[in-house]
Design a protein around this ligand. Structure first.
Ligand code: SF4
Length: 188
């Protein structure tokens, strides 16, 4: 029986591949038993969106007992298809970093010191200052005498971490205050 050069090379190639794979499989079986189970094993899976920029990449978060153990790109997300940039890969630190700020820090105008404040104080103070700024800069009519009922003293910028409903509520609130400068990080 005559064997063509092409057939000879194919047979040789499969033999080498099989031998190579056997080597890899044998090596792997030697240490595979000592590998600890993946940290995502039996974890609860929740999908989310990266909060860092307007691209809005999809994330998969793994939690165990309410504790975040892993975050990775969502392979089913149409934007990033499982990939994440370096910032997105570090997003778990937003929750788990020991340097994460958990209290409100406030620096008064003209001060060079940060003070710790509670959340109630921060929300109340923000509301008071927004109201005061809005009232001080409220314009019922334009210079041409047209009714406008707006303030040009405030602006609002949203972020990629906001979902549809949050954007809707922010737009409602800010327009009710008469704010006309509404932007979103994803448009910049
Ligand atoms: S992973 Fe990177 S590119 Fe994607 S949303 Fe986060 S910061 Fe933006």
């Amino acid at each position: 029986m005559s064997i063509s050069r092409r057939t000879f090379l194919k047979v040789l190639g499969s033999g080498v591949t099989a031998a190579g794979l056997t080597g890899v499989i044998c090596k792997r079986s030697g240490w595979a038993a000592s590998i600890p189970p993946a940290k995502t094993k039996d974890a609860k899976i929740t999908t989310s969106i990266c909060p860092f920029c307007g691209v809005g990449c999809g994330l998969v978060a793994h939690t165990k007992g309410g504790r975040l153990v892993n975050v990775e790109g969502d392979p089913d997300h149409p934007i990033n298809q499982g990939s994440l940039c370096s910032k997105g890969q570090a997003v778990k630190e937003v929750v788990t970093s020991p340097r994460r700020l958990k209290k409100v820090r406030y620096r008064a105008p003209g001060s060079d010191k940060w003070e710790e404040k509670d959340l109630d104080w921060a929300i109340k103070t923000l509301a008071q200052r927004v109201k005061a700024t809005r009232d001080a800069g409220f314009l019922a009519k334009s210079p041409a005498g047209v009714t406008v009922n707006r303030t040009e003293a405030l602006a609002s910028i949203g972020g990629a971490a906001l979902n549809n409903e949050e954007c809707y509520l922010i737009a409602k609130l800010t327009r009710a205050l008469g704010i006309v400068y509404l932007e979103h990080q994803a448009r910049l």
